[in-house]
Design a protein around this ligand. Structure first.
Ligand code: HEC
Length: 115
């Protein structure tokens, strides 16, 4: 009797140990994307200025797409194209943004474009 109790306790502990195992984080190379709140002012605007507005801004923006203000960026992603263009590596033309930047931009989109 005592032996079988030990057996069941062992199983229960084993199950508990399994449950404790955490799932892998969504973006192991970029923990900030999991924890930080990504806002337009705090992050996205700088990425756009650094990588995009030289072409997507001013009087004659490429493809008529401007990425200089919060509303413009949000609008550019209304059909998902803004994020997709970076994820598939076609924008910026000079080369794909790094995974961490992409993870943060995706988080910004997924969390509803915090301003
Ligand atoms: C060196 C100039 C240049 C830079 C920098 C640039 N783009 Fe572009 N972008 C273009 C041109 C030119 C087109 C039109 C390309 C085409 O139609 O094939 C375009 C098209 C696009 C489109 C439309 C794609 C489509 O399928 O209609 C999006 C969205 C876009 N760019 C987003 C961005 C973002 C976001 C960045 C910054 C990460 C960026 N671009 C940086 C020149 C640039």
């Amino acid at each position: 009797m005592l032996r079988s109790l030990g057996f069941w306790v062992g199983i229960a502990l084993g199950l508990l140990a399994c449950k404790k195992e955490k799932p892998a984080p969504a973006s192991p190379t970029c923990p900030q994307a999991d924890t930080a709140v990504i806002t337009y002012r705090g992050y996205v605007a700088q990425v756009m200025q650094q990588h995009c507005t030289s072409c997507h801004g001013g009087a004659n923006p490429s493809r008529g797409i401007r990425l200089e203000t919060y509303e413009q960026v949000k609008q550019a992603n209304a059909n998902g194209k803004w994020y997709r263009s970076m994820e598939n590596g076609s924008m910026p033309p000079s080369g794909k943004l790094d995974d961490c930047t992409l993870a943060k931009l995706k988080k910004w989109v997924d969390s509803g474009y915090p301003e």
